[in-house]
Design a protein around this ligand. Sequence first.
Ligand code: DGJ
Length: 730
Amino acid sequence: MRVFLFFISVLFAVPGVMAEQSPIRISTDDIDLILSVSSTNGRLYQAYLGPRLLNDADVASIASQSSLLKAEVYPGSGAEDYYEPALAVAHNDGNLTSILTYVSSETRKIDDNVVETSIRLADKVYPLEVTLYYTSFARENVIKTRSEIRHREKKPVTLRRYASSMLYFESASYHLAEFSGDWAKEMRRSVQELQFGKKILETKLGSRSAMHVYPFFELGFGEAPGENRGQALLGTIAWTGNFQFTFEVDDAGKLRLISSINPYASEYELKPDETFSTPDFIFTLSNAGTGQASRNLHDWARAYQLKDGQGDRLTLLNNWEATGFRFDENILEGLMKEAAQLGVDMFLLDDGWFGNKYPRANDRAGLGDWDVTREKLPHGIPHLVKSAEAAGVKFGIWIEPEMLNPKSELNEQHPDWAIRLPNRETYYFRNQLVLDMSNPKVQDYVFGVVDKIMQENPTLAYFKWDCNSPITNIYSPYLKEKQTQLYINHVRGVYNVFQRVKAKYPELPMMLCSGGGARCDYEALKYFTEFWCSDNTDPVERIYIQWGYSQFLPVKSMAAHVTSWNKQASIKFRTDVAMMCKLGFDISLKELDEKELAYCQLAVASYKRLKSLIFDGDFYRLLSPYENNHAAVAHVSKDKSKALLFAYDIHPRYAEKLLPVKLQGLDASRMYKVEEINLVPGTHSHLRENGKTCSGDYLMKIGLNALSSSQTTSRVIEITALPESAISLK
Ligand code: DGJ
């Protein structure tokens, strides 16, 4: 393993290293994180992070040398380390130093796969304690870390820095893949080499996890993170607010990684005996590139994090792109029938159904007034639910309960519920303000929005929960002089509501949305079955966006809809792109001709037949759109009996060399039937291997001629193992 070899070899050469306390070993099937306590100063150091070590003696050996590495696991301030600390506290006497030494540790086996290690550290001079938690998921090779800070000083202390975790790496070079973007251009991946000094990825958006920067990164060691080669660490922080990743290369060439809530404008007054809990930092490490690392995270998320991670998902028809705010009962009922005609499970009513004094006829009014607009929908939501059910589909609804328009009754009744400055001109992002979720009354109100709709419509099947504005005009009327608590308490208030909704409606599927894909973090996804990746549904753009999110998130959580964005691309191409993820439609069928409709119906039927493979299989990114004029991905069932290949021609060049697409993850010794599906009625497959039987070995080493030289075309290929088809490779 290249990253840490240098580290180890230098240490072995150092004589006279003192023996230390037994190492703390946090392991998964393939990873070891080894910490150890220095016998000279009692502090906790990182000895090793890398592929799992085979011999206990080697673990002891590397641990015994750890303090030489100067990789203190949770450095406070004021000691000999002059780099960014994990913790910074202003004590009651004004002293800014904290030095933590080891007190005790405990390892708790939660089940056969999950182990939680907690390590208590304390300051010898001040009654301040930090407990570090590491939860390891053996099979998924994922480690989750967080910390808890508490104290017993007489008065509150001020927390200025409060990292979730700090990790160290040593390698010839470090290559960071970051994900940037904005509305309609989410999750654009770019890679840079880290040099001496700091690189910070952070947000100051308050009420969402992303926009401009996304809470995800990849690290490659010695080379850029590759899809199928090299060592790659993928990390993310589970926080639906301001986050900060600090990558700091020190004078010795070590990389220090601090993951944290962004401390910007967020000094936290921690009362005696109160516990400050940081968000989880979640990471995985793979020796076979980012592809394997992504599959680790997908498996982990489905098993442990995502709401109903193992469950099914509903296909749907949404009305946003088809109607915007311009609809009435007739139009909606027409769309419900179209949903049934398409064969999807549900009709989803989007923005624009509420507000009476200030009807939500556009985005300038009504937000906050969650009563149905009587003039537009005279028979209310219960009637729409019934109409949908009569048409043969379920009914879901859009809400954005954490916001208000200044033009709303809510604003008239509770002007102090919104975050806004009392003494400056107000700046509006999409004509709205964020409600002050640090206020418990506001939390009750927001919970009440969902609860009321559910009480009145017990068979309502789905919520799309939007959040279109970051926090603007940062001032909480509720927190008064404690403004530096706002960013943190606001997010905690959001979680309070999410928790209550999930506790009361545990089975209810919900889509997380934030003006496109600005809410996509793993803490929020505990409460949501899926998220909206982007308002940009141009299939070409979507290939890149979905490619980006799939690095960290399972495709069953990624809502992808067929719309009219980029009508130059065929309905087949648009649908084939959406089918790679969680399929929906947001289009009026009136826009489709007979053949196109027939195609969509066929695709929905195929999707329903194959969705367990898409949702719960292993996802392989085969051909990157960043490196090719094409893209290809495949889902492979866990038992390797079935695969689904999606091949896209984005903008092929004239007479370009077209290479076969090589599958991955199949059983080399089985025979598979190859069949192109999703063909437009009346057309035939041009796939050379269509209808043939090939070995898994052939499919992975030689591949399928699944690409073409036509712009925005696509092929979906079903690959099915023949029963009992093990072949002899001789
Ligand atoms: C932003 C979302 O991303 C869209 O899908 C849509 O729901 C609008 N908000 C509605 O205002």
